[in-house]
Design a protein around this ligand. Structure first.
Ligand SMILES: Nc1ncnc2c1ncn2[C@@H]1O[C@H](COP(=O)(O)OP(=O)(O)OP(=O)(O)O)[C@@H](O)[C@H]1O
Length: 313
């Protein structure tokens, strides 16, 4: 009998998953899985739980939570040789990764997608021995995600991040950085830089419009130093995906990126604090298989167009 392990964060998003858990377990059992679950207890626990699930040779690991939980689960799996397929039940505040893969927030539908059994390989980012699935970034603006209290997120959802952003806007300053990407060099002051694996960041779905989830490339976006008015102008352009040609924006694809700074510069990995720079980023090509609604995935990202290379590594 196949075995499934659900790793869920009881505090994520609006804390709704607990109520559905018995139904989800029953549904998995009815589909022929022996199903069990682990409720995370705090930072790092989902990584530990995923590592144990790998050791115990679970066939399927389901991450139920927000991007932070999925990131932790991937961190427990990505280094291992035997990597079980991952199912995602998005119950977080932002759910960028799930949104990029068209996995809906409705728990029942998300479980149906897993049970249907269609999966695709996705790229994973590695930086200083940590992994990310969606986005890495740096700059004062990316640091605001750490300060949003859990209770506020539970009450307000994504709005909590925007409120925090507005509160911080006047105090955001630029940072001097050196960014090396595939042999090219950028040196100067930046408001932020983002290294994306998908097109969905902080609810902005058009930030990296031509990102592919499994082409082995990062989308690198650098926002140079701006004044407050320019910053607001570019942010509103970004909502419509019209920011890429702005003279303050550098946007390109790269496979390897190095970032360093004279100042203290924190690294944000999938919305959580991930250590300080310097950092070296590497794109791990099609490193993990995730269950998705195949009919919603762009043709070029689907297995039939991936060919045999999808089975490499
Ligand atoms: N029992 C717990 N109590 C407090 N924090 C927890 C607990 N379990 C996990 N966490 C931490 O909560 C972090 C954020 O969780 P998660 O991403 O699932 O939800 P979220 O913050 O609501 O959603 P999003 O990341 O999409 O904004 C995790 O990275 C983890 O470190």
């Amino acid at each position: 009998m196949k075995r499934a392990r659900i790793i869920y964060n009881p505090t994520s998003g609006r804390e709704i998953f607990k109520k559905s858990l018995p139904d989800v377990l029953m549904k998995l059992e009815a589909a022929g899985y022996e199903a069990s679950c682990h409720a995370t207890t705090g930072a790092g626990d989902a990584t530990k739980a995923a590592r144990i699930a790998v050791e115990r040779r679970y066939d399927l690991v389901i991450a139920a939570g927000g991007d932070g939980t999925i990131n932790e689960v991937v961190n427990g799996i990505a280094k291992q040789e035997h990597r079980p397929k991952i199912g995602v039940i998005p119950t977080g505040t932002t759910n960028d990764f799930a949104r990029a893969l068209h996995i809906p927030r409705d728990i029942d539908t998300a479980v149906d997608i897993i049970l249907k059994g269609d999966s695709i390989p996705v790229d994973v980012g590695r930086v200083n021995d940590k992994y990310f699935i969606n986005i890495a970034g740096g700059g004062r603006l990316t640091e605001l995600t750490y300060d949003v209290p859990i209770k506020l997120k539970t009450m307000l959802g994504q709005l909590a991040y925007y409120l925090k952003g507005i509160e911080m806007l006047p105090s955001i300053r630029a940072t001097e950085v050196t960014i090396e990407y595939d042999g090219k060099l950028y040196e100067g002051e930046v408001m932020l830089f983002l290294i994306g694996l998908t097109n969905s960041v902080g609810g902005f779905e058009k930030l990296a419009p031509n990102a592919s989830i499994n082409d082995g490339m990062f989308s690198l976006l650098i926002l140079k130093k701006t004044n407050l008015a320019d910053f607001i102008r570019i942010a509103s352009l970004a909502l419509r995906g019209e920011h890429l040609n702005d003279s303050k924006v550098i946007y390109t694809k790269a496979n390897r990126i190095r970032v360093k700074s004279q100042d203290r510069l924190q690294l944000n990995l999938d919305g959580e604090y991930g250590g300080d720079m310097p950092a070296e980023f590497e794109n791990l090509y099609r490193h993990i298989e995730v269950f998705v609604p195949l009919d919603k995935i762009r043709p070029e990202d689907r297995p039939e167009s991936l060919g045999d290379t999808a089975k490499e590594e």
